[in-house]
Design a protein around this ligand. Structure first.
Ligand code: ADP
Ligand code: ASP
Ligand code: MG
Length: 406
């Protein structure tokens, strides 16, 4: 007997049949005597459609109202699952974010969980009810509905598992575990039995959207064991846990890609103190996160400066920089949305040289141009043209000896 938190993503609840599949899985775990909390996403594609509808209502929809709208996706699935379970004779009930006491800050669209009050869920569990909670949503101190950013149901699940001190948090998705690269684009990717929190944090921050990065941060902080697995099979998936000593012996353990990238260049910027602050302060104030930055020195007291931002913030960042360029006397601003970031990751990289040169020569052999590079002691990332993303991931996966042996 255990306290299990199960989270099902959008593809696992995409239609009535799939929700029924979730109901059967939940019923099985319940019949085995476990206490069960189920966290659901919206049906696949629904959040995107709601965003589209909002844009038709207003080009820059009010952020508070957008969260009210987006939260309806998860409201639908929890109600349907609870109905099915009741119909099957199981005591179940659905709870929205505020009913499950998921308190967040006020950042509409990207809210952080401050606290989960477990009392109400615990009360229902004591009555042997299956508690079905809407993921991705919470409420702020003023009682407004908030959402946690794309992929946020993972974080709802882990935060609720931490608050309840659950024995395990199972993340059910459309792949059967965490792989050495996205298995949907790299057919030779290998499934990992286990990954440590730090490595998963790296993978998530560099584009492996199988887990939202904040969910991994929570899992690490509260030591919640995660099991990432498929809702369509019984196969064991991947455990995300605190230590995986074998990893240190592998130089590169994963290749990731991230297409949510755009690049902005300011040309012929006056090369003098304070310029960088003038360029980046308004971007930060607008809540946009800058990732890579390159500044070149040039003759004649002028320099070029290039940086990357999430693609979803590209238009906003461009209009900010066009104003900044006028103010500081830069010659011109141009942007590029057709880029992607590919990265090789591995804690074992710390003690090895030659990783960067192998990465660069592998890309060169395919004629893939590298536009920007950034490194840390456990990863190397390159910005390339978006159209080469899949090819780059596959050739790097092979070059670093990660391919599955058939
Ligand atoms: P869900 O809707 O269940 O939350 P997501 O689409 O958010 O599912 O995440 C699952 C997807 O993550 C997979 O379909 C896969 O394409 C992608 N992915 C990216 N990198 C990896 C990786 N290293 N291992 C497994 N899946 C990955
Ligand atoms: N429905 C939300 C999204 O599509 C949250 C989630 O699925 O985790 O981003
Ligand atoms: Mg997801």
């Amino acid at each position: 007997m255990a306290l299990i938190v199960q989270k099902y993503g959008g593809t696992s609840v995409a239609d009535s049949d799939r929700i029924r599949n979730v109901a059967r899985r939940a019923a099985k775990a319940y019949d085995e005597g476990n206490d069960l909390v189920i966290i659901l996403s919206a049906m696949a594609g629904v959040t995107d459609r709601l965003i589209q509808m909002a844009r038709e209502a207003a080009p820059e929809p009010d952020r508070r109202e957008l969260d009210v709208l987006l939260a309806t996706g998860e409201q639908t699935t929890v109600a349907l699952l609870a109905m099915m379970l009741k119909e099957m004779g199981y005591p179940a009930l659905s709870l929205l974010g505020y009913q499950a006491e998921v308190l967040t800050d006020c950042s509409f669209g990207n809210a952080r969980i401050l606290e989960v009050g477990a009392a109400r869920i615990q009360h229902h569990l004591k009555n042997r009810e299956i508690v079905v909670v809407a993921g991705f949503q919470g409420f702020d101190p003023r009682g407004n509905i908030t959402t946690l950013g794309r992929g946020g149901s993972d974080t709802s699940a882990v935060a609720i598992a931490a608050a309840l001190k659950a024995d395990i948090c199972e993340i059910y998705t459309d792949v059967d575990g965490i792989y050495t690269a996205d298995p949907n684009i790299c057919p030779k990717a290998r499934k990992l039995d286990a990954v440590c929190y730090d490595e998963m944090l790296n993978m998530a921050s560099l584009g492996a959207k199988v887990l939202q990065i904040r969910s991994v941060g929570f899992a690490k902080k509260f030591n919640v064991p995660l099991h990432v697995r498929s809702s369509f099979s019984e196969e064991e998936g991947t455990m995300v846990i605190s230590e995986e000593p074998a990893m240190e012996t592998v130089v590169v353990s994963a290749v990731t890609h991230d297409k949510d990238q755009a690049r902005i260049t300011l040309k012929k910027v006056p090369d003098q103190p304070g310029t960088a602050a003038k360029i980046f302060s308004p971007i930060t104030e607008a809540g946009i996160v800058v990732d890579m930055i390159i500044q070149n020195t040039r003759a004649g007291g002028q320099t070029d400066l290039t940086f990357t931002v999430p693609r979803s913030d590209f238009k906003k960042a461009m209009s900010i920089e066009e104003k900044v360029a006028d103010e500081i006397g830069a010659q011109e601003v141009f942007g590029d949305e057709n880029i992607a970031k590919v990265s090789v990751i591995g804690v074992g990289m710390r003690n090895h040289s030659g990783v960067a040169s192998l990465m660069f020569s592998t890309l060169a052999k395919e004629g893939i141009n590298i536009a920007m590079i950034s490194t840390s002691e456990i990863r190397i990332s390159c910005i390339i043209e978006e159209k080469y993303t899949e090819l780059a991931v596959r050739v790097l996966h092979t070059a670093f000896g990660l391919d599955r042996e058939d």
